[in-house]
Design a protein around this ligand. Structure first.
Ligand code: DOR
Ligand code: ZN
Length: 366
């Protein structure tokens, strides 16, 4: 008999639903994979950089973005968090007002030009000690942080000794914690042992999301054959980093590391000069996480193995954001399954297992 177990529906606390025609499909894929709720990142075009209002060519509001997502099927989620994109136009007053209205639960830091649609980001030094982060502390607004140092090139950006991420965690995050002693933060899609160590030794107010791709792959997998469907930011790293991530997420009793897929659909991965960053894991993230946990040595035939997976997927994330574990359930079975390419009008969205020629060894029943 194949291993099969039932667990509370899970929360994807870092995903990208985008805007427009394809949103319905992206949300449907999340619902199909047992997702009870999601945190939908604000790097849309235009960015979600206002709290209320109809928006303009340059900005859209949390209010209008939520309305779009809810109308596209998101009303089936128990929870939907729509963070504010921190830009040069963000003010402390907006934070206070947004938190007061209940629309603002989190805000996202993007390193300027550091990733897809990150051109509205403002350098981290300009936020540290400032009144926007202070207002976030005062009002309990979570800082979701894309922890990479912007502006680095060549070997400073990425080599075996350091990366944009390790520099950021060594140099910037201690300063943020010190300047803002009550700020709650989620270190998004961490990829390095430096970031893992930082989060593990930080106070309880610091947590982290971890993606399936960073648990499954290393930079060798990306480079061998230039597997551009695995190209995402931060980049997949080295084996020691993946080991550190695997150890962190599978540690019995850990409550700081949780699921955030960074599922990021692109209808064209190929740019004029380079590649769009983002891996699409809609419809298959729990299966991928289960495969990664097995590779990390977790035995799903044991209570403790299933418990550690459940904490990561279904419990730790909602607990950090202050809502209950879902009372609904879904079932994972060790039976192979498949995901299909989504042939949208804008172009094909290729899920990671298809792009990596990876056979899913688990399947889901909702
Ligand atoms: O790989 C990524 N894709 N990393 C990000 O930070 C953004 C995301 C996207 O929006 O495509
Ligand atoms: Zn993201």
């Amino acid at each position: 008999m194949a291993i099969s177990f039932t667990l509370p529906k899970w929360y994807d606390l870092h995903t990208h639903f985008r805007q427009g025609e394809n949103v319905n499909q992206y949300i449907a894929d999340h619902l199909a994979m047992g997702c009870a709720g999601a945190l939908a990142m604000p790097n849309t075009r235009p960015p979600v950089s206002q709290i209320t209002g109809k928006g303009s060519e340059d900005a859209c509001s949390i209010e209008s973005y939520r309305a779009e997502l809810l109308a596209a099927g998101g009303d089936a989620f128990d929870q939907l968090i729509t963070p504010l994109y921190l830009t040069g136009d963000t003010t402390a007053e907006m934070i206070a007002e947004g938190a007061g209205s209940g629309l603002l639960q989190a805000a996202k830091y993007y390193p300027p030009h550091g990733t897809t649609n990150a051109e509205h980001g403002v350098a981290i030094d300009e936020w540290i000690g400032g009144d926007v982060f202070r207002a976030m502390e005062d009002h309990g607004v979570v800082l979701c942080i894309h922890g990479e140092q912007h502006g680095l090139v060549g070997a400073d950006y990425f080599d075996a000794q350091q990366s944009a991420e390790s520099v950021f965690y060594n140099e910037k995050l201690p300063a943020i914690l010190e300047a803002h002693p009550r700020l709650r933060l989620v270190c998004e899609h961490i990829t390095t042992s430096v970031a893992v160590d930082f989060v593990a030794q930080a106070p309880e107010r610091v947590a982290a999301t971890v993606t399936p791709q960073h648990l499954l792959y290393t930079v060798g997998d990306l480079i061998q054959g230039l597997k551009y469907h695995l190209y995402c930011l931060p980049l997949v790293k080295f084996d020691a980093d993946r080991e550190a991530l695997r150890a962190a997420v599978t540690k019995v009793g850990q409550n700081k590391f949780f699921a955030g897929t960074d599922s990021a659909p692109h209808t064209s991965k190929v740019l004029d000069c380079g590649c769009a960053a983002g891996c699409y894991t809609g419809a298959c993230a729990p299966q991928l996480y289960a495969m990664a946990f097995e590779q990390a040595g977790v035995d799903f035939d044991t209570d403790s193995g299933r418990a550690v997976f459940e904490s990561f997927l279904s419990t730790n994330g909602p607990a950090f954001y202050g809502f209950a574990t879902s009372e609904d359930t879904f079932t994972l079975s060790k039976v192979p399954s498949q995901v299909a390419v989504f042939e949208s009008e804008e172009g094909p969205v290729v899920p990671l297992p298809v792009g990596m020629d990876l056979q899913l060894t688990w399947s889901i029943e909702n």
